[in-house]
Design a protein around this ligand. Structure first.
Ligand code: HEM
Length: 395
């Protein structure tokens, strides 16, 4: 897709976010790279979808705790209880109790309750001939959703700026992981800053956990036998995992439909919405690299990986090797849902993310006329490639 309009914009997005990420995706997608290779300073790097899935499902030899895994970052910020909750029997038990926290149905309802008015406003302003910044609207959607999930006591009618601040705090928290591709050991000042953000954003969790109704996340946590400590940890994790990823995917999917000239096909056949969301997630792969620590010696694809080494799973490359954004592409069992990971850490919020993206694509298509991208900027120095702005208007 590199030579197409859509491919060029996606490439610029990756470069603007982190040139090192751009380089990693280019190198791993080149044919000679092969399925698995050792790269100086980075350790093992994998780009084959089947191999990546096998690593993510092999909990005997790989862990996300320890150098190289995201759990290692969180352990330093949230404390040692992360070790118990993020891997091993404690994690399996928590995931069992968390099984029904986000279903397709309750996620669609949650997105509508938290952000329905933002989507309605996008459709209305477009219909009125106004310019709409889809990237800004996406940040507002996520800010409102996070405020709902965290039980933040923002009074009804709070200005957009209050929700955008919630988004920005999630973004600052995710920035904690910037420059950790080569090492997940954090400097003390970064740990202190992250602890402060977590404390502010989860300040209302204990109260909401006690009183919130069963239609809220924290109320459902309480009723599923999840403890307050676990719910607080989960809340912090949701913020990091679901803030920039979802906002970025919303705007990038709207851009891909425009840039590949496939928006008309979707308008003509709204049943393709599910495919648009799936293709948007595949091509953007918002969490482009997943890290793991090797916890025991193991042979993978004929190579010997040693205990305490690290491996980067470049899901972006694995997902994009199949080709560019195509609404008619059949479901591919190899990549399946690799953009949400695999195995026991498979994204807990996948139904929420899908609902957010589907609703944004729908909001832009609802006026029933073609839209044009008037201007765009790429977000710089961010963990997850995103549009800083994506201004659209109806033709
Ligand atoms: C397009 C948006 C999203 C993408 C691409 C995405 C992707 C991922 C990936 C790849 C993982 C696995 C990480 C690993 O194995 O190291 C993950 C985990 C997770 N995600 Fe998402 N995510 C998205 C949105 C969300 C949202 C909206 C939420 C919550 C509302 C969320 C909550 C979580 C949680 C809690 C985990 C950790 C699960 C565990 O370790 O058991 N994510 N996500």
């Amino acid at each position: 897709m590199g030579g197409t309009v859509a491919g060029r914009h996606e490439s610029k997005l990756l470069w603007a976010s982190r040139p090192a990420l751009w380089a990693l995706t280019r190198v791993t997608m080149s044919r000679p790279f092969g399925p698995l290779r050792r790269v100086p300073k980075l350790g093992w790097v994998a780009r084959d979808p089947t191999l990546i899935r096998a690593v993510l499902n092999d909990h005997e030899h790989f862990t996300l705790l320890g150098e190289g895994g995201v759990g290692h970052l969180w352990e330093q910020v949230l404390g040692p209880y992360v070790t118990r909750l993020f891997d091993g029997p404690g994690h399996a038990d928590l995931r069992r109790r968390a099984r029904d926290l986000f279903t397709e149905d309750n996620s669609a309802a949650l997105v509508e309750r938290a952000a329905g008015p933002v989507y309605a406003d996008v459709t209305e302003r477009l219909t009125d001939g106004e310019l709409v910044d889809v990237a800004a609207a996406a940040r507002l959607v996520v800010g409102r959703l996070m405020a709902d999930l965290l039980g933040l006591r923002l009074p009804p009618g709070s200005p957009d700026s209050a929700y955008l601040e919630t988004f920005a705090a999630g973004e600052r928290l995710a920035a904690l992981a910037l420059d950790t591709t080569a090492s997940t050991e954090l400097p003390p000042e970064r740990i202190a800053a992250a602890k402060e953000i977590v404390a502010t954003l989860t300040a209302d969790v204990p109260d909401a956990f006690e009183h919130a109704g069963p239609d809220t996340l924290l109320g459902r946590c309480r009723e599923s036998g999840i403890t307050l400590e676990e719910a607080s940890g989960l809340a912090s994790l949701l913020l990091v995992a679901g803030t920039e990823t979802a906002a970025g995917a919303m705007a990038r999917t709207v851009a891909l439909l425009h840039d590949t000239g496939q928006q008309g096909r979707l308008r003509a056949d709204p049943a393709l919405l599910r495919d648009a969301v799936r293709e948007g997630l595949r091509v953007t792969t918002p969490a482009p690299v997943i890290g793991r620590h090797v916890s025991a010696d193991v042979t993978v694809a004929g190579r010997r990986l040693l205990r305490d080494e690290r491996i980067l799973l470049v899901t972006y490359a694995a997902d994009n090797l199949a080709g560019g954004f195509d609404l008619t592409r059949p479901y591919d069992p190899r990549s399946r849902q690799l953009w949400f990971g695999a195995g026991r850490h498979l994204c807990l919020g996948a139904p929420v993310a899908r609902a957010e993206i589907a609703r944004m694509v729908d909001a832009v298509h609802a006026p029933g006329r073609p839209y044009r991208i008037v201007s765009r900027t790429y977000a710089r120095k961010v963990m997850i490639p995103s549009y800083g702005s994506l201004v659209v208007r109806l033709e």
